[in-house]
Write a new protein. Structure first.
Length: 250
């Protein structure tokens, strides 16, 4: 079983959603999809006169911003993906982390700033996911989640939600669908597999640089949490088995 995390930037494009659905329909392993929607959230905030605020890459979420995040993630983005999957013949159900208590969280702490209604996943209702997968239904999950102790709804980073789900479900593979095909070598060739030490060497040598560094560091963090394989790939490589696969060691 694999968990696939989809960034939110391309979800507004019908061609991307159709390509995603086609790729998922061709995968052999059962799939759980987790999606973001950061750009659409920021766009909606702007339309409503709300100022997006981020601290260390984390979106500060007040009550009004939480309403926007719920609308965009659990409403618009989630249903866009489900509709595309159904059109491609994939039986899919859209859920937020609130539904069935799927994702339970605690308030995320920051050393200097109150992040507001931002959560950190504490529990995953794996029974619900196993039930859907056993019925050949693909779960499509918005990372809006439910407080473990207070019943409050929280916004959760989609990468963190996907990682938590992958750990709880003991996934064989966690795939991050990005706008890059994977890690490129010195001559621009795709590197199909990397261990943790090899990745750190490439960062030190400057071959992995710029915006790719946080992507691979996120992959290494997931590997350190016990998930055996993490992949960074673009949409074109998703169905073709492309991308770069990270492992702790060979």
């Amino acid at each position: 079983m694999q968990v696939i995390k989809i960034g939110g930037n391309e979800l507004g494009e019908l061609s991307f959603r159709e390509g995603l659905a086609t790729a998922v329909s061709q995968l052999a392993l059962p799939v759980i999809l987790v999606h973001g929607g950061g750009k659409a959230i920021a766009d909606m905030q702007e339309k409503l006169g709300l100022q997006p605020v981020k601290v260390d890459g984390v979106r500060v979420t007040d009550a009004a911003s939480l309403d926007v995040a719920q609308m965009v993630l659990s409403g618009q983005a989630n249903k866009y993906i489900v509709a595309a999957l159904l059109a491609a013949g994939v039986q899919a159900v859209g859920l937020s982390g609130v539904d069935g208590g799927l994702l339970r969280c605690a308030p995320k702490q920051h050393p200097t700033v109150d992040l507001g209604y931002v959560g950190e996943i504490m529990q995953v209702n794996t029974a619900l996911l196993h039930t859907l997968l056993a019925a050949n239904i693909t779960p499509v999950i918005s990372p809006i989640s439910l407080g473990l102790a207070d019943g409050q709804i929280y916004n959760v980073n989609a990468d963190e939600a996907a990682s938590a789900i992958a750990r709880a479900m003991q996934a064989d593979l966690l795939t991050f669908v990005s706008n890059v095909p994977g890690v490129l070598g010195q001559k621009g060739q795709l590197i199909d597999s990397l261990t943790e030490p090899q990745t750190n060497d490439l960062i030190a040598e400057g071959i992995i640089h710029g915006g790719m560094i946080p992507k691979v560091q996120a992959a290494l963090q997931v590997i350190s949490q016990g998930i055996p394989q993490v992949r960074i790939v673009n949409l074109a490589g998703l169905g073709a088995g492309g991308g770069t696969i990270f492992t702790k060691s060979f």
